[in-house]
Design a protein around this ligand. Structure first.
Ligand SMILES: [Zn+2]
Length: 459
């Protein structure tokens, strides 16, 4: 009996080693192909430079949908289709203007941009005193008496000692998201928010905001100011609290419009009814061309399916690439995809999103059970040659979030995050800010993880 057990153990070890060798060889093929024959960079060039910024509901967003469908069809997938989704439409209008008048006739201008979803200023702009606060709590302490009739200037910087810059973002973004809703309750006439950017520069960074349950009459215009601008404004205010702030914006919200998620699928050879998703969001803000956010995630996700075809790997499970629409100002695409999947009773077992920029990949974060996470940790040695070492439990991605349910594993690609907020939602998020090799390494890393989950499943 003992002899039989020993023989079995040896056989299992040999089998395990053979599997490991096979996995190692497949990963080598994936990385080599991504770096030598990759298409992600070429795709991103087109999406960024030929189409450009693609805010939901815009003509460019529609062009991106048509481009995505065409490129997926060219990959020879088993099925490519558009999933209809209604999205909000908001337009920025002419360039915003902001300046402070420290004494009659003496003005200093600031680079600002309206936050997505903001109401416009009255025609001709508004003019009021401005009061600086470090956040929503300070606003509440000041109350209506000090706030009514003024512009509120939220100026809490991102926390510099946090290594994960997304945490620093998370600790600040309440000012942008809820700043106008809160200030509006106290009768403020406008809101200026320090850009979510760790460095000092002249780019204002837009982003989504909400008026919560404010009545239309209480809604006030909201804009972001560059970090340099915020520093200067703060200094000028310290010298003259009575200075008058001028703000002029003519942004506008329109009726919802028809748009689409773009989906491509390779049918599984063994478990066609088990679905694995890889994706990013096709929409972007309007200021730059959305190369990092999230053009990178889109082309990397497309590359996963292309690489499978290229190396001749036939997935056991059905693999879908999903280009989600409207992550930035509504998440309608992510919600719609999950809703349809539920209605159709599609069994989604794994979803991976890349929406943290096209920088050097470090690893992944996982929203999964302990057994699956242990399995992921056993794959670590396979990734070591590619300097991929970060495997942690945590969040995944906004678009795949609505798929969350018992038994699904969600994951997010985690690139180095130190430079991400230099570009996030700003005019300088452009193609030249993305490094070809970093982008390709991200695509190969994602493909490798998809391969391993397809082969071994989740636990
Ligand atoms: Zn994004």
């Amino acid at each position: 009996m003992k002899k039989i057990l020993t023989a079995l153990c040896i056989l299992l070890t040999i089998g395990g080693n053979a599997q490991q060798e096979e996995d190692k060889a497949i990963l080598e093929k994936i990385y080599k192909n991504a770096l030598v024959n990759g298409k992600s960079y070429e795709w991103l060039d087109y999406l960024s430079n030929q189409i450009g910024g693609r805010l939901s509901g815009s003509l460019n967003a529609q062009k991106a949908v048509e481009w995505g469908e065409k490129e997926l069809k060219a990959l020879g997938l088993d099925r490519v289709w558009l999933q209809p989704v209604m999205v909000p439409k908001w337009t920025r209008g002419v360039t915003e203007i902001a300046y402070i008048e420290t004494e009659p006739g003496k003005t200093t201008s600031f680079p600002i941009c309206a936050l997505g979803g903001s109401v416009p200023t009255p025609i001709g702009g508004l003019k009021a005193e401005i009061i600086e606060v470090k956040g929503l709590e300070e606003l509440a302490t000041l109350g209506k008496e000090k706030i009514a009739g003024k512009v509120v200037f939220y100026n809490r910087p991102m926390q510099a000692d946090l290594i994960q810059t997304f945490e620093a973002y998370g600790g600040c973004v309440d000012q942008r998201y809820a700043g106008a809703a809160e200030a509006g309750k106290y009768g403020a006439v406008g809101v200026i928010v320090r850009s979510m950017n760790l460095r000092l520069d002249d780019y204002p960074h837009t982003g989504s905001m909400s008026y919560g349950d404010l009545k239309d009459t209480q809604k006030i215009p909201a804009a972001a100011i560059s970090t340099n601008g915020a520093e200067l404004l703060s200094t000028l205010l310290a010298l003259n609290k009575k200075a008058k702030f001028h703000l002029n914006m003519n942004c506008r919200t329109w009726k919802d419009v028809q748009s689409y998620n773009v989906i491509g699928e390779i049918k599984g050879s063994e478990y066609p009814n088990e679905y694995m998703v890889v994706g990013g969001h096709l929409d972007s803000w309007d200021l730059g061309d959305g190369s990092h956010d999230d053009g990178a995630g889109i082309v990397q996700s497309m590359e996963v399916l292309r690489l499978f075809k290229e190396i001749g790997y036939k997935p056991k499970r059905s693999i879908r690439v999903v280009m989600f629409m409207n992550e930035e100002n509504g998440l309608r695409g992510g919600k719609k995809y999950a809703k349809v999947a539920k209605q159709k009773g599609e069994n989604h077992v794994f979803a991976l999103e890349s929406d943290a920029g096209g920088f050097t990949p470090r690893g992944f974060s996982f929203d999964c059970n302990d057994a699956t996470f242990t399995q992921v940790e056993s794959w670590k040695p396979l990734f070591e040659p590619y300097l991929i070492h970060y495997f942690a439990k945590g969040g995944s991605g906004a678009d795949i979030g609505p798929l969350k349910k018992e038994g699904i594993t969600l994951a997010g690609l985690r690139p180095d995050s130190q430079r991400y907020f230099d570009y996030h939602h700003a005019k300088n998020d452009t193609f030249d800010a993305v490094n070809k090799r970093e982008l390709e390494l991200g695509a190969a890393t994602m493909t490798s993880l998809m391969y391993l989950f397809d082969k071994y499943g989740t636990k």
